[in-house]
Design a protein around this ligand. Structure first.
Ligand code: SAH
Length: 688
C-alpha cells in the first residue's frame, strides 16, 4: 500500500502530493521523534524514578495495593519504574501504535510482562470494569505529557478525563504539581521576531525609511508558541524588567479543569524600560513536598550545577501585543490567558480592569495584518537584520542602472522596495515587480508604493510579455527565500524559476545573486548529538528496542537524509575547515545533468565527529556574499557562530569517530554529494 505525503517540490516551489511507501510517515515520526532525547534526559528520569518510588511507598504505607495508570507510556519507562518500585499492577496507555508495540517488547524484555499491561488507545477511550481495559481505577497516576508550553500536548484535557473516569479520588500523582514562571523583559533581538522594525535605506537622494503599517504594529501575531533554547540567548541581548514570578500552577493529584481561564499577577518592575517580551518556563514537583523538583529555569535563574541539556522541553518567548513603557517600582498587572492547549499574555497598567472579568479573557491572538502568516519568526528576524539589508543594498546599488527593469523572485521579500528606493531618481523607466508572495497590501500603502511596484500573480513558466508590459527584464533579483523551503538548498528554487523566465530576460541580464554555493563542515556538537544517539539502558532498563527502531527508521531511505536545525541554539565546534562543495551558477540555466562532487575533508581538531553541517552562501555581486550558515569560527577551540535567522542542514553520522589526538586515524572524512537537478534534492554519503 502507498500513502501520499504533502511536500514542497524545490523545482517548482509548489506543494505536491508524493506517493510514499506506506511506512514513510511512520518512519519519519520515529526517526525525528524526541524519544531518544527524553531517554537521555538523566535529570528527568532520576526525578521521575524518585517521585514514583515515593508515591508507591505512600500508597503501600496506607495498606493499599498500588495500581498505576501511566498515560502516554512511550517506551514503557515510567511503568517499569513503578513496577520496580513495588507497584502491584500498571496500566500503560499509549495512543501511537508503533510505540505501543515497542512498549510491549521492552516490557517483556525487562521481565515485567505480568506487572504491566500495555493498552494501545488514547486515554479517553480506555474503559474500566471487569471486562474493561482496566479492572479497576488506579490510585497512582503517572504521566509525562508536557511540552515546552506545558499544556500544548493536551495534558489538561487528558488529566481532566483521567480524574473523572480512570483514577480514584485522592490518588497519588507523579508529577504532583507543575508551576509556570514568567519574567518580563525588554529585548530588541526577540521583539524583532514579531514586528517589522523600520528599515533604513541610504539612497542617493537621502535616507528612506521603510515602515510597517499600523495594522502590523498593533497585530497580536500568531498563537503558536515560540519555544527556544533560551540558554543560548546571551544576557546582553535582553534586559530584565521584573523578578521571576509564579504565574499559575496545576495540582495533578486533584481534579483538573481544562476550560479556558486566566491568571493575574502584580509585577513591580525592577528597572524602567520597554515591556515587550514575557519569558516563561515551568518546573514539576515529583512529590507533594516539592523536594524532588525538575526545572526548565534558564541559566540566570538557576545554579549551573542543576543544568541538564534537553531539547524536548525548552523555554517560551511570548510577545506582548504592543510594547509598553514601564517605570521602575510602578506596579503593572500581567494576565496569562489560556485555553485547553495554549497560553498568551497581556499587560495592563491600571488596576481598574481587574475586577472586570469580561475584559480579562481576551481572545487568543490571531494575526489580523497577514504579515505574521507570511513571515514566521526567523523570517521577521532576517528582515530586521540591518547588516543583511546593508549587503543587499550595496549589491543592488552596484547592479541597478538608470534603465533597469527589475523582477524579484522571492517570498515576502523587501528587495523590490529597496530596489525602488535605490533607483528613485531614474524611476521613470524602471519597473520593479514581485513574483510570489508579496508583503500584505497595507504594507505598500503605508510606504506609498501602491502604484510603484507591480505584483505579478503568475507562475514563472506562465509569465507572459503582457505581465511585463512588453519589457524585457534586465535585473533579476532574489534573496532567495521561499516559505516552503525546509532545507537550505530548497531555496535553489530561485534557479528553476530563473530558468523558466529565461525568454523574458535581456541577453545581458544581471542576476542577483549571481551564484550560490553549498558549504560543508564536520562538527562536534556540545549536546545536539543526543537526539540521534542510541541509549542502550535507561535507569537500568533495557531500551535497546527503541534504539533499534529509531535506527531502522533513519535507514529507511536508501540514503540518509539531512535534517534542518537552527544551529545558533545548538553549540558545536568545527573539527574541519569549512569547505565549498558545490556551486550553482544562476547566470546560466539549470543544467540537464546532475551536479556531483566527491572528496575528503581533513579533521583539524580533536573531538567527536557527530556529523556534517551544510549551508548555502549567496554571492550577490562581486565581493558581496551572504551566508545562511556559518558566520564565523569564534576562537581557537573552534566554537561556531551561525546565522541566527536560518536553519542549517545537519547530517548525523551513523557512527561517531572520536579522535583524541590529531595523529589518530582516520584524520579525514570522505564524502559524495549529489544535487539531482530533476528533483532539486541533495543526496549525500560520508565515510569516516
Ligand atoms: N512516558 C514516556 C514517554 C513520554 S512521551 C517517557 O516518559 O519516557 C508522551 C507519549 O504520550 C507519546 O508517546 C504520546 O503518543 C503519548 N500520549 C500523549 N497523550 C496521550 C493520551 N491522552 N493517551 C495515550 N497516549 C498519549
Amino acid at each position: 500500500m502507498k500513502t501520499f505525503c504533502g511536500r514542497a517540490n524545490p523545482t517548482t516551489g509548489a506543494m505536491e502530493w508524493l506517493e510514499e511507501d506506506e511506512n514513510y510517515d511512520y518512519h519519519q515520526e520515529i526517526a525525528r521523534s524526541r524519544y531518544a532525547d527524553m531517554l537521555h534526559d538523566k535529570d528527568r528520569n532520576t526525578k521521575y524514578y524518585q517521585g514514583i518510588r515515593a508515591a508507591v511507598s505512600r500508597v503501600k504505607e496506607r495498606g493499599e495495593k498500588a495500581i498505576v495508570l501511566d498515560i502516554g507510556t512511550g517506551t514503557g519507562l515510567l511503568s517499569m519504574m513503578a513496577a520496580s518500585a513495588g507497584a502491584d499492577f500498571c496500566y500503560a496507555v499509549e495512543v501511537f501504535k508503533p510505540m505501543a508495540n515497542a512498549a510491549v517488547k521492552i516490557v517483556e524484555k525487562n521481565g515485567f510482562r505480568d506487572k504491566i499491561k500495555v493498552i494501545n488507545k488514547h486515554s479517553t477511550e480506555v474503559t474500566v470494569g471487569p471486562d474493561g481495559d482496566m479492572q479497576c481505577r488506579a490510585n497512582v497516576l503517572v504521566t509525562e505529557l508536557f511540552d515546552t508550553e506545558l499544556i500544548g500536548e493536551g495534558a489538561l484535557p487528558t488529566y481532566e478525563h483521567a480524574h473523572k473516569y480512570l483514577v480514584q479520588e485522592g490518588c497519588e500523582a507523579v508529577p504532583h504539581r507543575a508551576t509556570v514562571y514568567v519574567q518580563l523583559v525588554e529585548s530588541k533581538r526577540m521583539w524583532s521576531w514579531n514586528k517589522l522594525l523600520p528599515v533604513h535605506v541610504e539612497a542617493e537622494d537621502g535616507e528612506k525609511i521603510i515602515v510597517s503599517p499600523s495594522e502590523m504594529e498593533n497585530c497580536p501575531g500568531v498563537p503558536s508558541v515560540c519555544d527556544i533554547q533560551l540558554n543560548q540567548m546571551p544576557s546582553n541581548d535582553f534586559t530584565i524588567l521584573s523578578d521571576v514570578v509564579t504565574m499559575f500552577s496545576v495540582d495533578f493529584s486533584k481534579p483538573v479543569r481544562s476550560a479556558s481561564t486566566y491568571y493575574r499577577v502584580q509585577l513591580e518592575p525592577v528597572k524602567s524600560g520597554k515591556a515587550q517580551i514575557i519569558l516563561s518556563w515551568w518546573d514539576i514537583d515529583m512529590d507533594p513536598s516539592g523536594k524532588i523538583n525538575c526545572t526548565m529555569a534558564p541559566y540566570w535563574v538557576k545554579s549551573t550545577s542543576a543544568f541538564q541539556w534537553r531539547d524536548h522541553w525548552m523555554q517560551c518567548v511570548y510577545f506582548l501585543p504592543n510594547e509598553e513603557p514601564v517605570l521602575q517600582g510602578e506596579t503593572v498587572y500581567l494576565t496569562a490567558c489560556r485555553d485547553e492547549y495554549s497560553v498568551w499574555y497581556k499587560l495592563q497598567k491600571a488596576r481598574g480592569a481587574e475586577e472586570n472579568k469580561a475584559d480579562v479573557c481576551v481572545e487568543s491572538p490571531v494575526c489580523r495584518c497577514q504579515a505574521h502568516l507570511l513571515w514566521n519568526r526567523p523570517r521577521f528576524g532576517a528582515l530586521n537584520d540591518q547588516n543583511r539589508t546593508r549587503q543587499y543594498i550595496k549589491s543592488l546599488m552596484k547592479v541597478l542602472k538608470t534603465d533597469s527593469v527589475c523582477l524579484c523572485i522571492s517570498d515576502g521579500s523587501l528587495l523590490p522596495v529597496l530596489a525602488h528606493y535605490l533607483g528613485a531618481k531614474q524611476l521613470l523607466t524602471k519597473t520593479v515587480s514581485y513574483f510570489f508572495f508579496p508583503p500584505p497590501p497595507q504594507f505598500f500603502k503605508a510606504n506609498h508604493l501602491d502604484d510603484k511596484i507591480k505584483i505579478i500573480e503568475a507562475r514563472p513558466e506562465l509569465l507572459t510579455t503582457s505581465h511585463l508590459e512588453d519589457k524585457k527584464i534586465s535585473v533579476l533579483v532574489g534573496e532567495p527565500f521561499f516559505t516552503t523551503s525546509l532545507l537550505p538548498w530548497h531555496n535553489l528554487y530561485f534557479w528553476y524559476a530563473r530558468t523558466a523566465v529565461t525568454s523574458h530576460l535581456t541577453s545581458n541580464v544581471t542576476v542577483l545573486p549571481q551564484s550560490a554555493s553549498l558549504h560543508m563542515m564536520i562538527v562536534e556538537f556540545q549536546d545536539l548529538w543526543r537526539i540521534r544517539s542510541p541509549c542502550g539502558t535507561c535507569e537500568g532498563f533495557d531500551v535497546q528496542t527503541m534504539d533499534d527502531m529509531i535506527k531502522n527508521s533513519l535507514n529507511f531511505r536508501e540514503s540518509r537524509e539531512a535534517e534542518p536545525h537552527p544551529l545558533w541554539e545548538y553549540p558545536c565546534k568545527s573539527l574541519s575547515d569549512p569547505q565549498e562543495v558545490l556551486t550553482f551558477d544562476f547566470r546560466k540555466t539549470v543544467p540537464q545533468h546532475g551536479l556531483g562532487t566527491e572528496g575528503s575533508v581533513n579533521l583539524l581538531r580533536k573531538g567527536k565527529s557527530h556529523g556534517a553541517v551544510l549551508w548555502m552562501e549567496y554571492h550577490l555581486a562581486a565581493d558581496i556574499s551572504v551566508s545562511t550558515g556559518l558566520m564565523q569560527i569564534s576562537n581557537e577551540k573552534g566554537n561556531c557562530e551561525w546565522n541566527p535567522h536560518c536553519k542549517q542542514a545537519v547530517y548525523f553520522f551513523s557512527s561517531v569517530i572520536e579522535s583524541e589526538t590529531l595523529s589518530d586515524l582516520p584524520s579525514a572524512v570522505s564524502y559524495a554529494i549529489n544535487f539531482d537537478t530533476k528533483t532539486g534534492e541533495i543526496a549525500m554519503d560520508f565515510k569516516l
